[in-house]
Design a protein around this ligand. Structure first.
Ligand SMILES: [Zn+2]
Length: 311
């Protein structure tokens, strides 16, 4: 059955790119609603933005949605990943500013906030999107693929010149609470040289190395109390991929492979998937299918605490 939140949950913070303070409130929503965002700081016109791939406007460094009235919300990927990874199918995400709070740079505070209150089961079955044919997109040496599978699997390969990152690969079946256990606490990261470029372009203004982002500079790692996983960067890329894939409009049943992919390429992949005849179908989940969805089997004690685990 579809889930929503038991009660509303509030998060305060700043936007990573805007640097602006923002309050985000997740509200329960009825079956069939899906996930949508609403800007409460804008009074006129349509302020609701459905969390869907065709609403994606810009993907440089984060995923930004825009509705037909021009109302935007930026950096939706980490809250979308948290909702998908916890198995929340319906929620209204209220924001009093243009960007989702970055919190600690990961999805873990969102996962803890959502699961502390718990979920409410609704009476309608989950509607998922099942990949039926392989679809691949490539750009500038990066590649993203979706293949048929009976479950949600995310596989990622990265290759960075910063020695402290280097090559990293990981593949994970997202049932049995794997997102919360394995991925949700991995933080946003970038290279030191990117920070200067971004800030010169009015981006990453809310970024604090070690506090809400990991900054790599060759062998040097600014990560606060240390990395949370030795391969934290590739895990974060998988987190981003789950958040971006959640813009399918429901759970996506298939095997995603990202090779140096980013938000733009994953969105292009979804556009290609929905534009390719016979590549995807909407399916009402039976019990066996529902048991394999992300969020199933999530256990509170397996959600990471804020303590870093790798020195
Ligand atoms: Zn991210």
């Amino acid at each position: 059955m579809q889930n929503t939140l038991k009660t509303s949950v509030t998060f305060d913070g700043v936007g990573l790119h805007s640097g602006l303070p923002v309050k985000m409130i997740l509200h329960p929503a009825p079956a069939g609603h899906g996930i949508s965002f609403q800007r409460t700081d804008i009074e006129l016109g349509n302020t609701v933005i459905p969390a869907r791939w065709d609403m994606v406007e810009r993907t440089a460094l984060c995923t930004r949605l825009v509705n037909e009235a021009g109302v935007v919300v930026s950096t939706v990927e980490h809250i979308m990943a948290a909702l998908a990874g916890c198995g929340v199918h319906n929620a209204l995400v209220e924001l009093d500013g243009p960007e989702v709070p970055i919190v600690d740079g990961s999805s873990a505070p969102f996962v803890r906030g959502i699961m502390k209150q718990g979920l409410r089961r609704l009476t309608d079955p989950v509607v998922a999107y099942e990949v039926l044919k392989p679809v691949t997109v490539e750009l500038n040496g990066a590649k993203a693929t979706l293949m048929p599978s009976d479950r949600t699997r995310i596989e990622f390969h990265i290759d960075f010149t910063d020695e402290a990152i280097g090559r990293q690969s990981k593949s994970l079946d997202l049932r049995n609470g794997a997102f919360a256990r394995e991925l949700c606490d991995s933080r946003t990261f970038c290279s030191r040289s990117d920070v200067e470029t971004m800030q010169a372009n009015g981006l990453a203004l809310g970024g604090v190395p070690g506090e809400n982002a990991i900054v790599f500079d060759g062998k040097i790692v600014e990560s606060g109390a240390g990395l949370r996983h030795e391969d934290e960067p590739v895990r974060h890329k998988m987190l981003d991929a789950l958040g971006d894939l959640a813009l399918a409009g429901g759970p996506l049943i298939g095997h995603y492979v990202g090779e140096r992919a980013g938000h733009a390429l994953t969105n292009t992949l979804l556009r290609e998937l929905f534009a390719t005849p016979g590549a995807v179908r909407e399916v009402t989940c039976d019990l066996a299918m529902a048991m394999r969805l992300p969020g199933q089997g999530l256990i509170w004690s397996e959600i990471p605490t804020e303590v870093a685990r790798v020195a």
